[in-house]
Ligand binder design. Sequence first.
Ligand code: UDP
Ligand code: MG
Length: 330
Amino acid sequence: MARPYLSVVVPVYNEEANLGALFERLILVLDAIGKPYEMIFTNDGSRDRSALLLEQFHNRYPDRVCVIDFNGNFGQHMAIMAAFEQVRGDVVVTLDADLQNPPEEIPKLLAGIEAGYDLVGGYRKDRRDTLFRRYASKLINSLRASITHIRMRDQGCMLRAYRREIIDNINASNETSTFIPALAYSFSANPTEIEVEHHARAAGKSKYRLYDLIRLNFDLMTGFSVVPLQMFTMFGIVVSIMSTLFVVYLFIRRIVIGPEVQGVFTLFAILYFLVGVLIMGLGIIGEYVGRIYQEVRRRPRFVIRRTLLAGTAPTGISGQASSRGIHGGD
Ligand code: UDP
Ligand code: MG
């Protein structure tokens, strides 16, 4: 089989209500581009009919639809990672399955790649998400901008196009807890950003609960910056200097004026504040240590039950397909 020019990667988790419309719109758009393409879907342990729909889609277009079936839910970023290991195209586009990223925007991204950029990120025009998500995202975007070297308008937008070399580097890094747009940016020599449409979720609910969002953003902060640790060191230095001065002052005061008995509440307020900061500091260290532990254990990042490759007959549950999918194992 000739290598496709374009590989479109879509992570899928309980998206049965969206897949039909997605397939139709994707095929229309990709056919219109007029270059050979493939689509790679990762079923991230869906418990609805997504797996069946994906298989049917593969059977309809066996030459250009690849389906990777995880045996559990490993998260959106791991689903994309698994697809990245399969891509054959020169250009790779990532897209959400819920139609929040309109497939009709893909040609715009490709135009950016053709213009010589190796990474074309989308930023969402009139983002259609809850008020909370939009504000939290603004906050995290500015926090990320201040503590990492990543310059990006909208880190959460998954509608992006990458040149093949960037994907090769992402595959080589073999990371477990990561944030793909940021990782891609760190390998890019020449990134650009374009505005893309954003729609409300066509059907179903967001797969990210508050806790998942917090975890994901910790992955981003710890994966691309050690500034949180350094801030702690600096805060510690400042507090130590201040408390030394305070002790000297109290000592002199005691000799000159006499013992101090007032101010118990103030003392407790300061103490509680410092204990809070300490616990937070421990937590931050823990976030890094936990991720180091995850990496050094070298367990598989995800487990593939089977892969329906584009251009071939389906492969079975065992053997080649699954062992290829296990990464980092010994
Ligand atoms: N997704 C996934 N695994 C997960 C969570 C999400 O593959 O554990 C997929 C989901 O099916 C969708 C994309 O990732 O295609 C984005 O998820 P979602 O729309 O829920 O996120 P949001 O748009 O709310 O950030
Ligand atoms: Mg979505």
